[in-house]
Design a protein. Structure first.
Length: 97
């Protein structure tokens, strides 16, 4: 009976062992800001995009569609702003021979 009470916690622990976050190290800076603080438009430069190491997982692996966006951190806790547009839509393509 003890195992059934602890099953959700054990399941979350085991699931956490097989998942990993994916992210890129990007250094960018804003060159221009227009609009209001609640609805700003930024012009920015991506100065450097660090190369990935062999241990970094593909964040789109296993998903039917993946989107690439760029946003900047806006709050003290590090949450990002809302992207105004998507840079790329990456989807699986089936080719016929």
């Amino acid at each position: 009976m003890f195992i059934f009470k602890r099953f959700p916690a054990i399941f979350i622990l085991i699931a956490g062992l097989f998942s990993a976050p994916a992210m890129a190290s990007i250094f960018s800076y804003i060159t221009e800001s227009t609009g209001t603080p609640s609805n700003a438009t930024y012009t920015y430069v991506i100065e450097r995009w660090d190369p990935e190491t062999s241990g970094i997982l593909n964040p789109c692996y296993g998903w039917p569609v993946c989107y690439v966006t760029v946003n900047h951190k806006h709050t003290v806790n590090g949450t990002g702003g809302n992207p105004a547009f998507q840079i790329a839509r990456i989807g699986k393509t089936t080719y016929f021979s």
